[in-house]
Design a protein around this ligand. Structure first.
Ligand code: ADP
Ligand code: MG
Length: 674
């Protein structure tokens, strides 16, 4: 049975080499993968409407007979139009097709068809434009609609699926054990696949969906719980002493209650005898770095090595600068991809011998040559930029090290608990004292000069500012590229002020130099693309001006705004946009109305929909095919408890009834692309 699933898609009738390539592009190189390519919607053809009663302007099915042989007319060069009159015996309707020479031979006079599409109406008649159709005699009750790609229509996919079912035996192996299926009322895999693709009615789709969603979430939760592995492994490196109070003495400020709580929770984990697996969630500016530093301090003082991974070079540099200054008695090193080979070798050597106690770096930390002597603590900053697999890759460089991930992407707590099924959570729900609310204004571009006068006033008082403008390689002429824009600022809007430019195409060394100048106040205004989006911390910067604000999503705007308001000064965010569409207006209004990252995340979810929100890999989890973590919360909870139950009984999924699950878990996590 496995063998059919693994068979090349080319083995199906009607799939040649060219089409097989297109299927592969869709993610279906094998028959099994094709059957896991679920329809995105359905045409319900089971109870067609009479013409007179059809709802207007929404897709529906109509059963009608063609009155006379359709004829084609040329309306202008390259444009043929074909009108078809149909009747249901009571009323008539007119169908229109464009540039489709096959219509006259496909739609025969006096034959009955089911048409599917939107009906429109005027005083005189009802019409449909380019409806789909099937001969009534052979019309299936429900038709699947697949996501298509260039060259591969929904119909072609449907046909391939049909021929796959012709080959499929009646019984196939089901990864979900029968006992669990029975208990939760889930149908067998064979039925589920058949009904998700070629259902008899919409109720059958629902039954199939429930089963497939459950399966997907169960496999996800199994994978996550296994990554966590907390129930099985005893930590070889348990923390002996809590030296966080000593660390607080090094800080130039008092930690907030929230920071203390997070540190305490993490220290308790590290002392527990089991590996820590904790997520620290805190809005931008809540002071996550200090929490990370406290834990590195404790780990290193206890004789472990610690690693801190950041998503960008700029951020890694910044963490390195601040932590090496703070932890002066410890040996701290930086490791990034752009470092000279000799320097890199030196760091690798130091890690191997254990001489380097804390390493801060980018993805470079994941590379093969990196090995530790005694890695005890792994911290990932801005974790939404990394995948679960990367987190695991870094952890595998030690023997079950303690893991901490930090994220500013605020997800409602209950949801976070579900999707980060493998993590414990601490929340920094308090900003450091003395922070003032960031005032946010949305203005049109004719107010730009006023905005620059405002910036000038702040620079004259010794403060600094950010200006975000669109990507450098953005060819569109209405959007200034960073360099051109910077010229304008230098020559017209802020003459005589020190201005720096930062964009993704610059060499790491150049970026570093600009960032250093900005941190040290040598640059008053930093004109940048969104490369400063995450983590950058310059408390003296008080104005964030964002050009073409309509181009960014809410969460991104919030992250960018979070670059200011980090010190004791009143800060301001100015969003410039001339876009008038409703969605943009709502987004900018939300930014002006609140500084609360959690509220913004919720609004973002509403505006973009969960698919999109999570589709952007905000969570670093594998892509899901059918489940939707927000709408399927109840099933998610159920799946989580079933997964826990299975692992309690069979931690390595070695029992014969769990082998199917094990294979699926392996596949889901291997297929993660980042
Ligand atoms: P984020 O949570 O966004 O990563 P950071 O760790 O970069 O925030 O901290 C933001 C700023 O607040 C930094 O300049 C940091 O030095 C400062 N900070 C952190 N904790 C405190 C505190 N308890 N009191 C005062 N300032 C703090
Ligand atoms: Mg940070």
């Amino acid at each position: 049975m496995r063998s059919l699933f693994e068979r090349n898609i080319r083995d199906l009738k009607g799939v040649g080499e060219k089409r097989a390539k297109l299927f592969a592009k869709l993610g279906a190189p094998t028959v099994g993968a094709l059957l896991r390519l679920y329809p995105r919607a359905y045409e319900d053809l089971s109870s067609p409407y009479p013409i007179r009663l059809a709802p207007l302007n929404e897709p529906c099915a109509i059963r009608a007979t063609v009155l006379e042989r359709p004829t084609e007319t040329r309306i202008r060069a390259g444009m043929m139009i074909c009108k078809v009159k149909v009747t249901d015996g009571e009323s008539d309707m007119e169908l229109t097709y464009f540039n489709n020479p096959y219509i006259p031979s496909m739609l025969k006079a006096d034959e009955e068809y089911v048409f599917y599409g939107k009906v429109t109406a005027n005083f005189l008649k009802r019409e449909m434009t380019t409806p789909e159709f099937v001969r009534a005699e052979v019309c299936p009750p429900v038709r699947p609609i697949y996501r298509q790609t260039q060259g591969l229509t929904s119909r072609m996919i449907e046909n391939a699926v049909r021929s796959a079912f012709d080959l499929l035996p009646d019984r196939i192996r089901d990864p979900i054990p029968e006992k669990i299926r029975e208990k939760y009322g889930l149908c067998p895999l064979r039925d589920a696949l058949e009904n998700i693709h070629l259902p008899q009615d919409m109720a059958a789709v629902e039954t199939a969906r429930k089963r497939l969603i459950f399966e997907e979430l169960l496999i996800l939760q199994l994978g996550l719980l296994r990554l966590k592995g907390r129930s099985r492994v005893v930590s070889p490196l348990s923390l002996e002493h809590d030296r966080s109070e000593v660390f607080y003495g090094l800080l130039p400020f008092e930690p907030t209650q929230a920071q203390r709580r997070a540190v305490n929770e993490a220290v308790a984990d590290m002392k527990s005898g089991f590996p820590m697996n904790r997520l620290i969630q805190g809005d931008v500016g809540s002071g996550k770095t200090a929490v990370a530093a406290a834990l590195c301090f404790c780990a290193v003082a206890d004789g472990m090595q610690a690693a801190l991974m950041a998503p960008t070079e700029i951020l890694a540099q910044q963490h390195f600068a601040s932590l090496s200054a703070l932890l002066r008695d410890m040996r701290v090193a930086l490791l990034t991809g752009s470092m000279p080979a000799a320097k890199k070798r030196e760091v690798l050597q130091g890690l191997l011998t254990g001489e380097i106690q804390l390493v801060i770096g980018t993805h470079a930390l994941l590379s093969e040559g990196v090995a530790f002597q005694r890695l005890g603590l792994v911290i990932t900053d801005e974790q939404h930029r990394f995948g679960v697999a990367q987190r695991a890759a870094l952890a595998s460089k030690g023997d079950h090290p303690h893991m901490l991930v930090m994220s500013a992407t605020p997800i409602p707590r209950t949801l976070a608990l579900m999707i980060y099924g493998d993590l414990d959570i601490s929340i920094l729900d308090e900003l450091p004292p003395g922070r003032q609310k960031i005032d946010t204004y949305a203005v049109t571009s004719d107010k730009r000069l006023r905005a620059f006068r405002f910036i000038q006033k702040h620079i004259d008082e010794g403060r600094q500012c950010y200006i975000i403008c669109p990507m450098i390689d953005e060819g569109q002429n209405d959007m200034a590229s960073v360099n051109e824009y910077a010229e304008k600022v230098r020559n017209e809007w802020l003459r005589g002020y020190p201005i720096g430019v930062l964009h993704g195409k610059m060499k790491p060394k150049e970026k570093e130099a600009v960032m250093a100048d900005f941190s040290q106040g040598k640059i008053a205004v930093l004109i940048s693309t969104t490369v400063v989006e995450v983590g950058v911390d310059v408390p003296n910067a008080v104005v964030m001006l964002i050009e073409n604000a309509e181009r960014y999503g809410l969460s991104q705007l919030h992250q960018l705004r979070g670059r200011v308001g980090r010190g004791q000064y009143k800060s301001t965010c100015i969003l410039i946009s001339d876009a008038q569409n409703e969605e943009t207006v709502t987004r900018l209004k939300t930014m002006c109305a609140t500084n609360d990252g959690f509220q913004i995340a919720e609004q973002d979810l509403k505006l973009r929909g969960p698919g999109d929100f999570f589709g952007h890999r905000q969570h670093g989890l594998p892509d899901l095919k059918i489940a939707d973590m927000i709408h399927d919360m109840d099933l998610l909870k159920e799946a989580q408890s079933v997964a826990q139950g299975i692992l309690n009984e069979d931690a390595d999924l070695e029992l014969p009834q769990h082998r199917g699950l094990r294979a699926e878990v392996k596949q889901l996590f291997e297929n993660m692309t980042d």
